[in-house]
Write a protein that binds this ligand. Structure first.
Ligand SMILES: Nc1ncnc2c1ncn2[C@@H]1O[C@H](COP(=O)(O)OP(=O)(O)OP(=O)(O)O)[C@@H](O)[C@H]1O
Ligand SMILES: [Mg+2]
Length: 293
């Protein structure tokens, strides 16, 4: 048994029983089948099963949101797609190939921007590119300037992180991830620490930026209306060990504007997500109680 980052217990993907064969008629961009992810407990033979039986198909250009209770394995699943955490079983593939580890084809946007305080906005955006060595200094700068403009920060290009509001930092965070031109953008509650008003603005901006750059996105959030506003499909995780218990199709074309939030259809979609989420939590609770009796 191999052990990789974060104490994840690995026996390479593709070895779990009952994994469905590859789909007919082409390869999905990302395909998860019966994914199992376990962590080892330090100094013990015990394992924590974070994700079990997770199935997901994501095509190029999709925008998928994941919602689920705290601790159900959302970040773990995203980290596995990023290649930071190894799967223990099942199949997790990008373009038909098992994920070998982190790669420039994927970029992660975390909740905390963690910008480099001694670098300007533009220099923060070029940083990843400079490290990867995939662009000359001039090319990195040109790309960063385009992105800084795309996320609406042209006037703050020469500012330092301490001079930015939370919303502006979130924009830099997004531009920085896009700078490496990832095929798949992974976002883990990227707007969780910004105020509600700025957050709604950022959601509209994110959809605009994704449309402009033809981005495929997997976005984790606790906010049901955020998921309904952003996604083509909302995947609801049940409590740990996490797996997708329901997928809800969102009927609107992207990009979207704020007006849809005020429609009865939007409220109905939010209710559907909410019912699936709280239904899964209640079902897990009932199962636990059955185990006690
Ligand atoms: N490195 C690790 N080592 C051991 N256990 C871990 C590790 N990382 C996460 N876990 C455990 O795996 C489970 C899932 O954690 P994860 O962070 O994926 O949940 P989450 O759905 O993202 O939660 P939240 O919504 O609170 O962010 C939790 O029980 C957590 O304690
Ligand atoms: Mg998390």
């Amino acid at each position: 048994m191999l052990r990789r980052q974060n104490g994840a217990v690995s026996s390479r993907s593709g070895d779990a029983a009952g994994v469905p064969e590859a789909r007919e008629g082409g390869t999905a961009h990302l395909e998860a089948r019966d994914v199992l992810i376990q962590y080892s407990k330090p100094g013990s033979t015990e394992v924590v099963t974070a994700v079990d039986g997770c199935d997901l198909t994501l095509e190029r250009g999709d925008f998928i949101c994941i919602v689920g209770p705290s601790g159900c394995g959302k970040t773990t699943f995203l980290n596995a797609v990023a290649g930071f955490v190894a799967t223990t079983g099942g199949r997790l593939e990008l373009d038909g190939r098992a994920i070998p580890g982190p790669g420039p084809d994927r970029a992660m946007v975390f909740q905390q921007a963690n910008l480099l305080p001694w670098r300007t906005v533009t220099a923060n955006v070029t940083y990843g590119l400079e490290l990867s060595g995939r662009a000359t200094k001039a090319e990195a700068r040109r790309r960063a300037e385009d992105l800084v403009e795309l996320v609406g920060l042209a006037e703050a290009a020469h500012s330092y992180p301490a001079q930015l509001s939370g919303g502006m930092q979130a924009r830099v965070n997004l531009a920085r991830a896009l700078a490496v031109e990832p095929e798949l953008l992974l976002l883990d509650e990227p707007f969780a620490s910004i105020d509600a008003q700025t957050r709604e603005t950022m959601q509209v901006e994110l959809l605009r930026v994704c449309a402009a750059r033809d981005v495929t996105a997997l976005f984790v959030t606790h906010d049901i209306s955020e998921a309904a506003f952003l996604a083509d499909r909302v995947c609801v995780f049940g409590p740990r060990p996490g797996r997708i218990v329901k997928e809800i199709q969102i009927p609107w074309e992207r990009p979207r504007s704020h007006e849809i939030r005020r429609t009865p259809e939007f409220a109905a979609v939010c209710d559907e997500i909410s019912d699936a989420l709280y239904g899964a939590i209640a079902a897990a609770h009932d199962n636990d109680l059955e185990g006690v009796h």
